[in-house]
Ligand binder design. Structure first.
Ligand code: 5GP
Ligand code: MN
Length: 346
C-alpha cells in the first residue's frame, strides 16, 4: 500500500535497537510545534505498547492548544526539570531525535544529549542532517516527521499496535506541518495514511478544532491589531513583513503559541509570495524570525543567510540576536538581494 521509502537495513537496525533497549528517551526541538509533539507522542505510544520504559523530553514549554494530546501531560520540560531529565538522558539505551537534525535545535539540552552514551536515532524531514546519530532516517520530501513515524511503525510490521491515542498524535503532526493539508500536501499517500488513522478511531474534525479553534480572546484581538496596524506590504517585492515587540505582546496578554500562523496571513494577499514575521521573544533576549513562501521561493536560504536559521523551502525560521531595527534592515537587504527571484514569482 505505502511505498517503501526507508531502507530495509535501517528498518532492521531500528528493530534491533528497540528490541534490545529497556529505557528509551524521545527528544524534540525547542518551542515544540505540532509535529514535534505529534511525532514524539506518536512514537511514545507505540514504544509504550512494546512495554518499553519511555520518556519524552522537550527543551521548553509547548503551547496550551497541544495539552489535550494523549500523553502530553507526561512530557518532561527540560528547563523545568533539568536534573531529572539529565539523568534519564544519561541512562537511556536509545535516544530518538525527532523533527530536528542539528543538536543546536534542542537548545539547552544539546550537551546532555551529545554526551549521553545512548545509541541515537534520528527521524526527521529537514534538509542537511547533521552527523550525530548512529541511524539517520532523513526524508525532506516527506511533509512531517509524524508521517515518518507512522511509516516506520508500519515498516516494522506493527500497524496493529498503533492505538487510537497514538493515531491522534500522528494525525496532529501531519495536520499542523501542512497547515491543515493546504501546503506540502500533494502526496497521495498522505491520504492513504489518514484513512488508516481514521480506522483507528480518530476524530479528525475534532482534532482540527482542538488545535486551531481553542484560542484566547487576546489572540484574536492581537491578530486584528497585527493585520490592521503592523503588517507592512511591499508589493514591489511581492513580500510582507510583520513585527511585534514585547510590549505589544504584553498588551494582549500574550501566551505561548498566540502568534502561531500569523506569518502565513499576508500570503493570502494576491501576488504576495514571501512573508516574514519578527517577534521579540518573551523567554530569550532575541528576535524570533519566521519566514514563509509560496511556490519555489527558498525562504530557508534567506533564513540561513540572514537570520542564523534554516528550515524548509516554504517554511523556515531563525533567531536574531540584535535590535528590531537591525532585523528589519536585514529583511530589507534580503528583499534587495532576492529581488529577481521574488519578481519572477509575480
Ligand atoms: P516557525 O516559523 O513555525 O517557528 O518554524 C518553521 C520551520 O522553520 C520549522 O519547522 C523549522 O524547520 C524551521 N525553524 C524554525 N526556527 C528555526 C531556527 O531557529 N533554526 C533553524 N535551523 N530552523 C528553524
Ligand atoms: Mn516537522
Amino acid at each position: 500500500m505505502l511505498s517503501r521509502i526507508m531502507s530495509q537495513a535501517d528498518i532492521d537496525h531500528v528493530e534491533k535497537w528497540f528490541e534490545k533497549a529497556e529505557k528509551i528517551v524521545i527528544v524534540s526541538h525547542v518551542s515544540p510545534d505540532g509535529d514535534a509533539m505529534g511525532s514524539s507522542l506518536g512514537l511514545y505510544h507505540f514504544l509504550v505498547s512494546m512495554d518499553k520504559n519511555v520518556s519524552v523530553i522537550v527543551p521548553n514549554t509547548f503551547p496550551a492548544f497541544f495539552r489535550w494530546m494523549p500523553g502530553a501531560k507526561d512530557v518532561i520540560i527540560y528547563n523545568k526539570y533539568k536534573e531529572f531529565a539529565d539523568k534519564l538522558i544519561q541512562e537511556a539505551d536509545v535516544i530518538c531525535c525527532l523533527d530536528f537534525n542539528v543538536l543546536s535545535r534542542i537548545d539547552t539540552m544539546e550537551e546532555a544529549v551529545k554526551n549521553s552514551p545512548a545509541r541515537k536515532l534520528m527521524i526527521d524531514h529537514h534538509l542537511y542532517p547533521g552527523d550525530f546519530c548512529g541511524i539517520t532516517i532523513s526524508h525532506p520530501e516527506i511533509s512531517s516527521t509524524s508521517e515518518l513515524v507512522f511509516r516506520l511503525i508500519c515498516y516494522l510490521g506493527c500497524f496493529e499496535d498503533i492505538t487510537q491515542e497514538g493515531a491522534e498524535c500522528i494525525y496532529t503532526g501531519m495536520m499542523t506541518d501542512t497547515g491543515g493539508f493546504t501546503y506540502n500536501s500533494n502526496n497521495r499517500e498522505i491520504y492513504l495514511i489518514i484513512g488508516e488513522l481514521l480506522s483507528k478511531g480518530i476524530d479528525k474534525d475534532e482534532i482540527y478544532r482542538k488545535v486551531f479553534n481553542t484560542h484566547s480572546e487576546g489572540r484574536l484581538r492581537l491578530m486584528g491589531y497585527v493585520l490592521y496596524d503592523k503588517m507592512q506590504v511591499c508589493p514591489q517585492y511581492a513580500s510582507a513583513l510583520i513585527t511585534l515587540s514585547r510590549e505589544e505582546q504584553g498588551r494582549f496578554q500574550y501566551s505561548k503559541g498566540d502568534t502561531e500562523g500569523f506569518v502565513n496571513m499576508p500570503l493570502s494577499i494576491k501576488d504576495i509570495c514571501f512573508s516574514v514575521f519578527l517577534r521579540e521573544d518573551t523567554e530569550k533576549d532575541m528576535i524570533k524570525v519566521s519566514l514563509r513562501s509560496v511556490g519555489d521561493f527558498p525562504c530557508n536560504k534567506v533564513a540561513a543567510e540572514f537570520f542564523n536559521g534554516g528550515g524548509h523551502l516554504n517554511a523556515s525560521g531563525g533567531e536574531f540576536y540584535g535590535t528590531m531595527e537591525e532585523a528589519i534592515n536585514l529583511f530589507k537587504q534580503a528583499l534587495v538581494k532576492y529581488e529577481s527571484l521574488l519578481l519572477a514569482k509575480k
